[in-house]
Design a protein around this ligand. Structure first.
Ligand code: ATP
Length: 427
């Protein structure tokens, strides 16, 4: 049977992946877990999310399915943050006999949960239509993610990466995490580029250790079970209660929809769009950098490199009107939040300068208002300023936000095969 679970945590604690880790151990009593559990990231713009819009799925081989279902439902009841208004757990069970007949519908639902916006009713209707066992708590919004995670388990041909998540002992939840920074750097040095987003070197930040009061101690992301495990065992820390390696759609760009016309953009969706910079970047209050692009039909959208993208904003500030770019990111508030940008071509930039003296080759000085320019030393003169093309100090190629600002779903450039162009990966 496949079990999909979502929405058990709140900003004050817990994490649906922790519940999954506990169940992986406890369900051994009724059968055996087959394959790796899934950690699926769904549409990153959904406002109901606690943090990263994750849902989980596990597969259990059992001859006591009712016991398994009862146990899972009872553990959701005891571990989920039920008192939080925004916690609305859902769990879905796909018995082996229903696997084939539900596979297609659930696969479709999974794709829509990653790229689109779904209603609670759509989830309840699908559960009824497919006639599968499920349990929802409170408003049942968690059914959306639970169904999507089951669909991902049944249709597992998607691009994937791995994450090793280590969990804290319960008595220290909420207190500062004790993880040795030097050992994290060592783990990163030994395993990058097969692991990524452990450290943000440019901004001197540890990325793999969260700061929220949940049970996660650290998470290592990478391209194989061996790579993430290799890095994780190098990290020195407080005692680890348990750990799980997940198969995940993190770092795959699965949320991005290629789009030609800006007029087709919808709020709370994520896109790859090509256009020409139509408004030069400005830095607004809070340090956010905003510019606009225009598509070939003349429609425009604002694009933002928000303050948390740190040094990425230095690059974005160098853009000028006329540059041809492809932007990757999510749309909210009529603004595309940039995750990556490909600079395809650069517009010529010129500056007005005083003319150069033909004798000494130094710049002439103004001879006074409306009186042209002259070189005092050589006594040469000129009527007007000259336009000079200046170096853009910017290369065409593909750029990304730093690891500390990366969305879970965003594909890091270090994973390769992005484009046939220069790639400037951020580390
Ligand atoms: P954590 O990162 O700790 O796992 P979270 O960020 O995953 O927490 P949840 O508490 O799971 O946040 O809340 C997200 C809610 O949004 C869930 O109820 C989930 O079912 C729902 N949801 C997920 N994807 C979509 C979607 N595409 N459309 C509508 N609702 C969605």
């Amino acid at each position: 049977m496949i079990i999909g679970i979502d929405d058990t945590d709140s900003k004050d604690g817990m994490c649906t992946t922790y519940l999954c880790a506990v169940l992986i151990d406890e369900l051994q009593e009724y059968g055996s877990i087959t394959g790796l559990p899934l950690l699926m990231r769904l549409n990153p713009t959904i406002p109901y999310k606690t943090r990263g819009n994750a849902s989980v799925a596990i597969q259990v081989e059992t001859d006591r399915p009712q016991k398994v279902m009862d146990h899972v439902i009872s553990r959701i009841g005891s571990l989920a943050e039920m008192d939080s208004e925004t916690t609305n757990p859902g769990v879905v069970f796909i018995p082996d006999k229903d696997y084939e007949r539900t596979k297609h519908s659930l696969g479709e639902y999974f794709r829509r949960a990653v790229t689109g916006v779904l209603s609670i009713d759509s989830a309840k209707e699908l559960v009824l239509e497919l006639d599968i066992p499920s349990k929802s708590f409170k408003n049942g919004r968690g059914l959306i993610g639970a169904l999507a995670a089951c669909g991902a388990m049944q249709n597992c041909g998607w691009d994937h990466t791995y994450e090793y998540i280590a969990y804290r002992e319960q008595n220290v939840w909420g207190s500062p995490r004790l993880v040795d920074k030097t050992s994290i750097h060592k783990a990163d040095m030994e395993t990058y580029p097969d692991t990524w987003d452990t450290v943000d070197h440019a901004n001197d930040l540890i990325v793999c250790v969260p700061h929220s009061p949940d049970p996660v101690l650290f998470g290592i992301r990478g391209k194989s079970v061996e790579d993430v495990t290799h890095a994780a065992v190098l990290i020195e820390s407080e005692p680890i209660e348990r750990y799980v390696v997940y198969r995940t759609n993190q770092g795959t760009d699965m949320h991005l929809i290629p789009l030609t016309n800006i007029s087709d953009i919808r709020e709370m969706h994520s896109y790859i769009i090509e256009g020409t910079v139509s408004r030069t970047p400005v830095t607004i209050r809070g340090g956010h950098v905003i510019f606009a692009i225009r598509d070939d039909k003349g429609d425009e959208i604002d694009c933002a490199a928000y303050e948390p993208t740190k040094n990425f904003r230095i690059l974005v500030r160098k853009l000028i009107a006329g540059d041809r770019v492809v932007v990757y990111g999510s749309v909210g508030g009529n603004t595309l939040n940039i995750e990556k940008i490909q600079i395809k071509s650069l517009a010529a930039k010129s500056e007005t300068k005083n003319p150069v003296c033909p004798s000494c080759e130094k710049r002439m000085k103004s001879a006074g208002s409306g009186q042209g320019y002259r070189c005092k030393k050589c006594r040469t003169t000129a009527d007007s300023t000259v336009l000079i093309e200046v170096d853009r100090d910017l290369d065409v190629g593909l750029y990304e936000v730093p690891p500390s600002a990366r969305r879970h779903l965003a594909k890091p450039l270090v994973r390769g095969d992005m484009q046939d162009c220069a790639v400037f990966s951020s580390r």
